[in-house]
Structure formats: C-alpha cells, structure tokens
Write a protein that binds this ligand. Structure first.
Ligand code: PLP
Ligand code: COI
Length: 362
C-alpha cells in the first residue's frame, strides 16, 4: 500500500504532551496524526494517507450514521526500557477485523495493509507512546483504534459502496478510574448482548450501543460493569460489555466461557496459552450462572477476573442481581496477579516472549 503523508505543522507542544502522558486516563487525548484509506467497488482500497488529526466532514445521509455498518479494533503500542516500540499480536487484530467485516458486509482490508497502517501511524506519532521506565510511571501505552465504516451518502439499506478505514491513537493509562481494584458486577436478566446468528462475535459498534442501557442499570445498582447471559436460555455467562471472563478453581483449573456469541478476545486466547504454560488446566466451555453462585459460596471458585486490551487483567469482585448477591471470590488473588504479571511482562519487554507475540515497530 502506498501511503502519502502530510505532517502536522501544529503538533501538540512537548510541554502539553508531557502533561497528557503524566495522566492520560483512557480515550481522552488523541495524537497529532490519523491514517485514512478509502474503498469503492471499482477502485478497491485507494488514497491511503496520513494527515493531521482532525474532525471529519460527513454528509447527514452517510450510511453509518443510520444503519451502523461499522467495525473496529482495539490494540496497544508499548514502549520498552530501551526505547523501542512494540505491538502485541497485531495480526490477530487484523484477522479479527476481517472476520468482523465479513459479518457486517464490509470489504476486506488485507492483513498486511492493516499492519502497515498501524505501523506507519505509530512511527509518525512515536513521541506519544508513554515511557514506563520511570519509577511510579505505571502501565501506560498508546491505545490504537482502527475502524471501518460505511461512508456512502445513501439511505437505502444495502452494503455501502463507499467505505472508509481509519486508525487513530490515544495514550492510555488505567481503563478503570480506581486502578487495579476489583470491579463489582451487575447481572442483567433483562438485556442480552448477542443471539444465535447475531453479531456477538463481531467487534462492531452496535454491540456496544446495545450494552449501554444495561451498563446504566449496573451503575444504578452501584456496580462497575454488567455481565451478560446467553440470549437463548438465560443461563450461561457470556462476557462483560468490553471484557472476557475467567474463573479460577481451588484445584488450579481455570474456566472461560466458550465462544460463539462472545467476542473472541486476543487477551483471552493469550491467557489460555500463558495459563497452560504456568501449569493451569484451561477449560473453554459453557459456564452456568449457578456454577458461579455455588462455586464462590462453596469456596470451589477462588478467584474471578476479566480481561481485554483496554482492561488488561482486572480482578472481579462481587456479583449482584435483582434480589441477591454473591460476595467476592478472593480479591486480586494469586493466580489472577501471576497471570497478569506474566502477560504485561511480555508486553513491556520485561520477560522473554516465547510465543513470538510481540511485533517491533520502532
Ligand atoms: N469482549 C468485548 C465485548 C470487548 O469489547 C473486548 C475488547 O476488545 C474483549 C472482549 C476483549 O478482547 P481483546 O482481548 O481482544 O481486547
Ligand atoms: C478494548 O479493550 O480494546 C475494547 O475495545 C474495549 C472497550 C474500550 C470498548
């Protein structure tokens, strides 16, 4: 892919950047540039470019605004102690976007083109990748958000004949305001996230739109996040609004809900491999809500955690529902923290990468 570049002549000043990187939060600040490439059936992908970051001008009839034909990805760039910059399993994000795009009837952006787009944006905005070697710097990274949307001006309901793929980047600290304290969960019995044949396994905006009212319900009950059950039987745990789940048993086994209607997380699949290497048998299977309630009460389940790119590995606290509550399994338990450390040590270059997951960019 040929990419033209227009350098931002008014980049954020070094002083302001230092302030931003000292406490970036999540999703608040954006880098100096953005990547764009457009698609039409006749020309295919064309006009790839990096330009100064800025607002888009969209016709009010732009299809995505009406029918939500859209896919996105979430990944991070990490700075290692020697100053080099790396991404984690970027080809897995590229492949998942292909799968999501098939489901949303969007064109395929080939894996090498996706990787090149991400790489070139990170290269040009490399000063935005936080340094994490200073004491107390914490786990910061540059969050990357590739996304593809129906950009045709047309109100008919059919796949868009003009599609835009972009990558933007945003420095990130902890996803949750409280840092690494356990998140409390609300079990929604009214709303579901995905049904058979639906879009649950695709990373598309509609899934997140549909989760918001359930998330409001969670907040109204004093909980941080919402847990979704399967739509058919209302029995099996699926995932949180933006994270997959893991249950740690007293005998060392760990269980994660099987995929199909959940988003197949890259953190989730990496943890399967890491945990196995650390000696934990891993079961991917249907996991009933009763098993959760009974397992925590009996002490058979000793830790619960959630995982995802933004959330990394986050301990799970209590579970509440209309009329009941199960207390926390062990908060931020040993297995959770050991798995978390094994993962972030690879991501930040503090441990060897026996899986070949890291991809050097700078
Ligand atoms: N489930 C949902 C609904 C998500 O949005 C995410 C975040 O991307 C995940 C799971 C975790 O996926 P990954 O580990 O690839 O970030
Ligand atoms: C991610 O972890 O990358 C996500 O997409 C979750 C959320 C920010 C939507």
């Amino acid at each position: 892919m040929q990419i033209s570049a227009t350098v931002n002549t008014h980049p954020v000043s070094d002083e302001r950047l230092a302030e931003i990187l000292a406490d970036p939060g999540f999703g608040n600040h954006f880098t100096d540039h953005m990547f764009t490439v457009e698609w039409t059936p006749d020309a295919g992908w064309h006009d790839a470019r990096i330009e100064p970051y800025g607002p888009l001008t969209l016709d009010p009839a732009t299809a995505v605004l009406h029918y939500a034909q859209e896919t996105f990805e979430g990944m991070k760039a990490y700075r290692h102690a020697d100053g080099s910059i790396w991404t984690f399993r970027p080809e897995a994000n590229a492949e998942r976007m292909v799968t999501s795009s098939h489901r949303l009837a969007l064109p395929v952006l080939e894996v090498p083109d996706f990787l090149q787009a991400v790489q070139e944006l990170v290269r040009i905005d490399q000063r935005w990748v936080p340094d994490t070697t200073e004491p107390g710097a914490g786990e910061k990274s540059l969050y990357l958000r590739p996304f593809m949307f129906a950009s045709e001006k047309f109100l008919g309901v059919r796949p868009s004949q003009h599609v835009t793929f972009m990558v933007i980047a945003s420095p990130a600290g902890s996803y949750f305001k409280g840092g690494l304290k356990p998140v409390s969960l609300w079990l929604t019995e009214e709303y579901t996230r995905a049904g058979r044949g639906g879009m649950g396994a695709a990373k598309t905006g509609g899934n997140y739109a549909s989760s918001l009212v359930a998330q409001q319900e969670a907040a109204a009950h004093g909980c941080d996040q919402v847990v979704f059950l399967d739509a058919q039987e209302g029995t099996y745990v699926e995932e949180l609004g933006g994270m997959n789940m893991y249950f740690v048993y007293a005998d060392g086994r760990i269980v994660t809900p099987a995929t199909g209607t959940i988003l197949e997380g890259i953190t989730r699949s990496s943890i399967i491999e890491l945990a196995q290497k650390m000696g934990h048998p891993v079961e991917e299977r249907r996991f009933g809500i009763e098993e959760w309630r009974e397992g925590v009460t009996s002490g058979e389940i000793v830790e619960i955690f959630a995982c995802g790119t933004a959330a990394v590995v986050t301990p799970v606290g209590s579970l509440k529902w209309d009329g009941g509550e199960v207390p926390c399994a062990h908060e931020g338990g040993e297995v959770t923290m050991a798995i978390r450390k094994a993962l972030v040590d690879i991501q930040y270059g503090r441990a060897e990468d026996p899986f070949g997951w890291m991809h050097r960019i700078v």
